[in-house]
Design a protein around this ligand. Sequence first.
Ligand code: 13P
Ligand code: SF4
Length: 367
Amino acid sequence: MSILDALHIPIGIPEHYHSLSEEEMIQRVREIKKELGERLYLPAHHYQKDEVVQFADDTGDSLQLAQLAAKNKKADYIVFCGVHFMAETADILTEDAQTVILPDMRAGCSMADMADIHQTERAWKILVERFGDTILPLTYVNSTAAIKSFVGENGGATVTSSNATAMVEWAYTQKERILFLPDQHLGRNTAYDLGIPLKAMAVWDPISDRLEYDGDYEDVKVILWKGHCSVHEKFTLDNIADVRRDMPDVNVIVHPECTFEVVQKSDYAGSTKMIIDTIEKAPSGSSWAIGTEMNLVNRIIQQHPDKRIVSLNPNMCPCLTMNRIDLPHLLWALDEVSSGKKTNQIKVDKKTARYAKDALNRMLERA
Ligand code: 13P
Ligand code: SF4
């Protein structure tokens, strides 16, 4: 679902949720969780707010949440605290009888919205005419179910920031070239790490339907979809220069959705799980500047008072759509579940789900 589609969804939850105190909401969420027991599963992405994460049965990065959804056979209801594409993935990987709920349908992902299925089909036609049957499509899980399905139907797979390297390596055992959707930065950073030079990377512009490339097309190894994350693009080289000046012993660690230049100038890059694990293992007294979403950065700062940790961008970068899921929306979604309603159900149609599942399973088999 795109942000434009989301604008047509009736906004807001019943007024009285806003007049409840935090204590009342917390109490009610606890009661519903107790009442539903194992019939309810509540996974939360690391970028979720603390007021939501406190109730999570599991927290994780995109890969862990996909694996956990695939494993859970007990819950009748999965109230997914994350964004739309994650809830779609959970629906694809769980049984038909299990219901996936997203507490606020406006919790989308601006990056996933940068590739729609019509643009993808148009691009594929042009690219196959130019390169023949030499391209394998790979999509970051931050994409719609329709894109995952397209990729699965064409022999490709999904990737996450945790396994992109392994998946790109696998892709080259299948075909000569890859089309990497929709995040050009994760695609570029991963391919470069594997030794593919920038001059072998072309960029597909889905707005003008043009391939941006100066050299000989025969040399193209990677076609990067021109999409990005509006949160991670806000980390800049100036931020890195500033923090290195102010904290000379700092370690800069960023998410690979940051630009190539930022990743190159950082000390470490990795998924949200990799960032959490690295800081956890770091010695007491060490200094860190983290380039990722602010709810996670704030949580890491609180959990490690023995380390000096700052956000790489002092104007902290929130993911506004992740932040749509708050305590009132969570309580409302749980109230609806507790009264037997399937409000805000995320249901991927069977045809789309079939090939999307192939793309996800090719990744999960190798992850
Ligand atoms: P992770 O897979 O690292 O959790 O990242 C998901 C995401 O949306 C980052 O913006
Ligand atoms: Fe999407 Fe970026 Fe938010 Fe992740 S941080 S959910 S990629 S908009």
